[in-house]
Ligand binder design. Structure first.
Ligand SMILES: Cc1ncc(COP(=O)(O)O)c(C=O)c1O
Length: 380
């Protein structure tokens, strides 16, 4: 099986380890009902929520390169980091397991929500080795412990955002270019994506240029400023392109500078994982009009920013806009209803002092669930 990046640069196929984890290409379609509701018909969505039936979202694209690299290096364990509700961590646990890799998670504090509790229960259910790190020093010691216990361990940085991981989103841009060429969507004038650990935005930025598109990528910052600084996005895009160029000199050495990076800071809401009223109303609007589910840490803030951009820029004149949807659509209701929090390590039991899931769960089960039947079947 080939992928759009390798079709464009065949020499890379022999040099870059890659394993298929998802169903490609992910669909693209117009958000017609939303367009009618807000009187801006030319909004499109890239459905990376549907990347995989066992766990979808944006991380799968990065993991296809990262886990392949881990396997090539003969590792049986990976270690990675994130907040206690990390989607990247959960994606690594689930997809690593399907390839015989065990995952150790080093987890730091973030605001406790039902979503955080759900991800912790799922990490545990799928067999993660979980470590809570209340301080930097604790995180360092726990990581050292993982290496001492398991020997050959593959390190994945937070969010999977290394140069290797970002190649996944360079490939994603080539995939979208093929869809544009096939007439499935117009070339977007702007692409809106969440900006967390940077790999998604950096990869899309690099990939759209390499694929010859003029689309401008707008990243919506949802993490603390120090993690997602625009110059760091440019650096990651440049480093990823250089890495590809080293493997295949026909990859042009495009360079991005600070002026090329469009980041919106206004929807952060004062904290990673902190819910915002704009995010909540964007989430309801997309569910009511298109039956597409957003979560409140990344995607709802991103969608809210795109709606705001449309409102504030009448000069857009119905130019094509693309929202890149990055949150997994897989529904884990069945597993969560039988999950047992007492199996989590003692250091994480404080996260379950109050049960946040079940009251929220009742509300959710009355809302329309995308692919609910199919997903609960595949997840169990
Ligand atoms: C649902 C979702 N969207 C977007 C992102 C941000 O992507 P990146 O970390 O590549 O910036 C994440 C990262 O964890 C995520 O979980």
């Amino acid at each position: 099986m080939s992928i759009p990046l390798f079709e464009h640069y065949p020499a890379l196929e022999k040099r870059l380890p890659w394993i298929p984890l998802g169903s490609w290409p992910t669909p693209v379609h117009q958000l017609e009902m939303l367009g009618k509701t807000i009187n801006y018909p030319n909004i499109w969505v890239k459905r990376d929520d549907l990347t995989s039936k066992i766990y979808g979202g944006n991380k799968i694209r990065k993991l296809e390169f990262l886990l392949a690299d881990a396997l090539k290096k003969g590792c049986r364990w990976v270690v990675t980091y994130g907040g206690i509700g990390t989607n990247h961590g959960l994606a690594t646990v689930i997809h690593g397991k399907t390839h015989g890799l065990r995952t150790a998670l080093v987890l730091v504090k973030q605001p406790l929500t039902d979503h955080v509790q759900e991800n912790l229960l799922l990490d545990c259910y799928y067999g993660a080795e979980m470590h809570y790190a209340p301080t930097m020093l604790a995180g360092f010691l726990q990581t050292a412990g993982v290496y001492l216990r398991h020997g050959r361990v593959y390190f994945i940085p937070p969010g999977g955002s290394s140069t290797t991981g970002s190649i996944g989103f360079i490939n994603a841009a080539f995939e979208m270019k093929q869809q544009v060429d096939a007439g499935l969507l117009p070339e977007p004038e702007y692409i809106f994506c969440a900006l967390g650990s940077k790999g998604t935005m950096a990869g899309l930025l690099a990939g759209t240029r390499l694929a010859g598109m003029k689309s401008k990528v707008i990243g919506i910052r949802v993490t603390e400023q120090w993690l997602s600084k625009p110059h760091k996005v440019a650096r990651l895009a440049n480093d990823t392109i250089s890495m590809l160029h080293k493997q295949d000199s026909s990859v042009p050495l495009i360079k991005f500078s600070l002026q090329d990076i469009n980041v919106t800071h206004d929807f952060f809401g004062g904290g990673y994982g902190r819910e915002t009223p704009e995010g909540r109303s964007a989430r309801s609007l997309l569910m009511d009009t298109e039956n597409i589910r957003l979560e409140l840490t990344y995607t709802a803030k991103t969608f809210a920013a795109m709606l705001d951009y449309i409102n504030k820029n009448p000069g857009l004149k119905n130019a094509p806009l693309l929202y890149w949807h990055t949150y997994s659509a897989v529904d884990f209701t069945d597993i969560l209803l039988k999950a047992d929090q007492t199996r989590l390590p003692d250091s994480l039991q404080w996260c379950f002092k109050d049960n946040l899931i079940h009251p929220a769960w009742e509300a959710r089960t009355t809302a329309p669930q995308p692919n609910r039947e199919e997903n609960s079947r595949t997840a169990s």
